[in-house]
Write a protein that binds this ligand. Sequence first.
Ligand code: DX5
Ligand code: ZN
Length: 237
Amino acid sequence: MKGAHEVLVSASILNADFSRLDRVVHKMERAGADRLHLDVMDGNFVDNITFGPDIVAAFRRLTEMPLDVHLMIAEPARYMDRFIEAGPQTISFHVETAESAERKTEAIEAIHAAGQGAGLAVSPDTPVSAVDPWLDELDVIMIMSVHPGWGGQGFIPETAPKIAEARARLGRAGRGGLVHVDGGINSKTAELVGTHGIDVCVVGSALFQRGSDASDEVELVKQRALRGYAAASAAVR
Ligand code: DX5
Ligand code: ZN
């Protein structure tokens, strides 16, 4: 029998107070987040600039939580060794980047050689089928539900069915890969991504709202996503 469906929360620290990353990390641990999602931006693939491998390594020293690196950089293969060295659990990069298919394959192989999980991220205007050449090698498909670049944007509902497409592909590949959804996820949007079978909800700004409790939000996102999953499963029965 298949085990019960599980939904995890990966906390994106993009909208946190960068002057006290230690506090941010411990707040996310206390809030019950399962993983940390680290958004790397280069001002080229996206307009915004955030941080590089040294900061990922600093997060590694601060916590034992699993780290998911999300590279929004134009040349992920070029910098891959340094991100691998920083020691995250997974590294995902964008399938839309201009590096060749061979370079992408090499980058995925390098991630695996280090014992880490490899992922491809898919922007809102890109079909999920773009990841098909690498499907058998993927531990993560990251469905972007906002245009990459900034935290705090509104969820794009049209992207939600791509979660189910990615889930079906990973199921067929049989590697146990997980679908992450990234952008605009909160207790209101979680149910919809749940109906499409989401595995990992990336939650950013919703965890850093003044006056609201991050642990309540983590719990609500999981509950609502599971409620969506249960409703969708009942409907097809
Ligand atoms: C967007 C980033 C996301 C984002 C999530 O480019 O990849 O990880 O920070 O934050 P919210 O949940 O605020 O959309
Ligand atoms: Zn992200």
